[in-house]
Design a binder for this molecule. Structure first.
Ligand SMILES: Nc1ncnc2c1ncn2[C@@H]1O[C@H](COP(=O)(O)OP(=O)(O)OP(=O)(O)O)[C@@H](O)[C@H]1O
Ligand SMILES: [Mg+2]
Length: 383
């Protein structure tokens, strides 16, 4: 039997609740050899869990580059990215013991790459101010692809939270992706993103001037759970850990945290520690959730410095608002008139980052109840 109430991303299908349609879509796209697949979903909807458990089942060797490493930095230096790439490749070589030595052998002619000394297969990547001092990532992918074909398999390269890679200075990773998409038939990419607007702005498959223009990507979307599914998740999760809970508590929790599976999991995890689900446990889970949200909002502000974002969030914490109402709210906060395009820009940045959603009727709202709770208390004050 599976175990739902574990904080870490899931790595096996048996621990994945629901989302079987998305799982099948991802798995079949990988099996069909699709070269570019995106997993899109708000924060904590289960993207990493879906990715890892599906890669495990697919069985091909994979490399995961976790963009989260850069989430709190406004900019990423090229060498920081090269370091992340080196670590991720070494993790892959370590996992793929049988293949490791062969892959290292295939890569050793890549400019800026050296097999590392020692008994286990590993590599080190060079970085320097001049192009010839730096690892050539396109050739690296060519070599990986060739080796995969030789081994009659494909290598999956997953970019988790791919929008973070847009921050790499003076380096457009998408042009490398485009090269690999066109020429590397041994390599498949899966990219995930919780800041969906940012992800699209990074990939720009619809922009004729962008490297990835017109490359077809399979899209796997992860929506939140509806109220019934959320309660069912909790019910099954508590049955797994043999904690009895009143139906009324399940109702309360699913209302408070809505269908965000990550929040429901935190709440379950706290209850698992305490061996009961009481009001106090729920409060504690919500407090932790608000703290996480506030930290994420601070990272966002590191990039988009303006007090106006918080004024908008505070207004939205009271419920959905129209564009005009939000404009008034920001103006009231500052005591002066603000241009239309400024308001539109502020809202579009909040929307791209996933803090705010615009409904079909044009009203703006905060889709995640924990973001609302944190905004109500003041996002930059919630510690
Ligand atoms: N389908 C699922 N079944 C059971 N638990 C899940 C499922 N999806 C996610 N979880 C749990 O929810 C939490 C968040 O999951 P995960 O990290 O996979 O989501 P994410 O969308 O990648 O989040 P983030 O936006 O923070 O990267 C984790 O504790 C994970 O174990
Ligand atoms: Mg994730």
């Amino acid at each position: 039997m599976g175990m739902y109430f574990d904080e870490a991303p899931k790595t096996e299908r048996k621990d994945i609740f629901n989302y079987s349609e998305q799982f099948e879509k991802l798995l079949s796209s990988l099996s069909e050899g699709r070269r570019l697949i995106t997993i899109e979903g708000r924060r904590r909807t289960g993207k990493t869990s879906l990715l890892l458990s599906c890669l495990n089942e697919f069985g091909h060797p994979y490399v995961v580059l976790d963009g989260r490493a850069f989430s709190s930095s406004p900019q990423v230096r090229r060498e920081e990215f090269v370091e992340l790439l080196e670590d991720s490749l070494n993790a892959f070589l370590k996992r793929e013991r049988r293949l490791g030595a062969k892959v290292v052998d295939a890569l050793k002619h890549v400019q800026g790459l050296e097999p590392s000394a020692g008994t286990t297969a590993g590599i080190s990547l060079r970085w320097g101010p001049k192009p010839r001092d730096t690892v050539n990532i396109s050739t690296l992918l060519d070599a990986l692809s060739e080796e995969a074909v030789k081994q009659k398999t494909t290598f999956v390269i997953a970019l988790d939270e791919a929008q973070e890679f847009r921050k790499i200075m003076r380096y457009d990773l998408t042009s490398v992706l485009a090269h690999a998409y066109d020429y590397c038939r041994g390599v498949q990419f899966v990219v995930t993103g919780s800041e969906i607007g940012m992800l699209h702005k990074f990939l720009r498959v619809d922009d004729p001037k962008a490297p990835l223009y017109a490359r077809a990507a399979v899209r796997v979307e992860l929506p939140g759970l509806d109220a019934d599914k959320a309660k069912e998740y909790l019910r099954q999760g508590f049955a797994q850990i043999r904690v009895r809970v009143a139906d009324e508590m399940l109702e309360k929790v699913s209302q408070r945290f809505d269908g965000v599976i990550g929040w429901l999991t935190y709440c379950g995890f706290k209850a698992r520690e305490e061996k009961e689900l009481g009001e106090r446990t729920v409060e504690e889970a919500a407090r932790l959730a608000r703290r996480m949200v506030a930290a994420e909002f601070r990272s966002f502000l590191g990039l988009y410095r303006s007090d106006r974002y918080e004024a908008i969030m505070k207004s939205l914490a009271g419920g959905s608002r129209t564009w005009a109402q939000l404009k008034k709210a920001v103006e009231a906060e500052e005591g002066m008139a603000i241009g239309q395009s400024e308001i539109t820009k502020l809202l579009s940045n909040l929307e791209d980052a996933g803090f705010v959603a615009k409904s079909d009727d044009g009203a703006y709202a905060i889709p995640d109840p924990m973001v609302s709770e944190a905004a109500l208390r003041g996002l930059s004050r919630t510690a």
